[in-house]
Design a protein around this ligand. Sequence first.
Ligand code: C2E
Ligand code: MG
Ligand code: MG
Ligand code: MG
Length: 285
Amino acid sequence: EAKRAGGARVVRFAAEMRERAARRNDIELELRQALQNGQLFVVYQPVVALCADGGTDHSAGVEALVRWRHPVRGIVPPFEFIGVAEECGLICALGDFVLERACRDFVHWQGELGDLAPRLLAVNLSRAQLGQQDWAGTVARILAKTGMEAQRLQLEVTESLAAQDTDVQQRLHELKALGITLALDDFGTGYSSLASLHLLPVDTVKIDRSFVSQSETSHHHRVLIEATVKVAQSLGMSTVAEGIETAAQATVVRTLQCDKGQGYLYARPLPSEDLAAWLRRPGGA
Ligand code: C2E
Ligand code: MG
Ligand code: MG
Ligand code: MG
């Protein structure tokens, strides 16, 4: 009896695995087409400079985030396809697309918005992209093609990626040699370590949303934010608090001397046209 029940479980498990593999294949196939058919697009979330003296926080930059407009499923968020794209090697084409699109939009805002234009463009990077032959060369070509200034571009890498090996470090240094800056994304998740921060060639540390969202209620999380900011400051790195949703959270991270903030309190990720309108809003910038 027990054996039969176990057998049934194995059959069910195998069926689930098959289903998952089939679904993954579907996504892969569709994603390949999506790239060709222009179903992928980029939205931008403002990053604001937190004004320590109690003045108005003002816009400092934007982070580019990819979206998929699926003909049947509607807008698909990245967590549903970035992983698949990484597994099947599509992430490189996807990453190139996002980088080029974002640089084009950024240069367009500079012309259209003048002083109100964002000052920095952050773009997320996957491990596989760094593994590409001469990826720094690809980035340099995209910068030249779009007219994007290198010092306005910041590439975001995760800690597990950045700490991984000397090969990756070498690639990161090649990128920095172009004049672009690097940010360490989602800091505090995974096996983050303040002690190894100095080993990474990053300019900015982005403190993960999980710390910010608990900063009002948890002394422990406030202490960790404070420690991160202090270490970052001592290393000459700037800090960004991710996922600020309430005015109280903004006050906490501002008091703890985070330089910048990002989150729904300020704005959700916006399509390019809506971002321009947000930057032009009365009392904004
Ligand atoms: P991330 O780089 O940490 O981006 C921040 C994520 O937090 C975004 O989710 C953003 O919409 C969300 N967020 C911002 N403020 C708030 C807030 O106040 N509350 C809450 N609940 N969420 C907030 P999104 O756009 O779904 O992206 C998820 C992740 O997917 C990104 O995390 C990034 O790791 C990855 N990703 C997005 N676009 C790309 C891309 O073009 N290339 C690569 N390789 N990864 C990407
Ligand atoms: Mg990011
Ligand atoms: Mg992040
Ligand atoms: Mg995050």
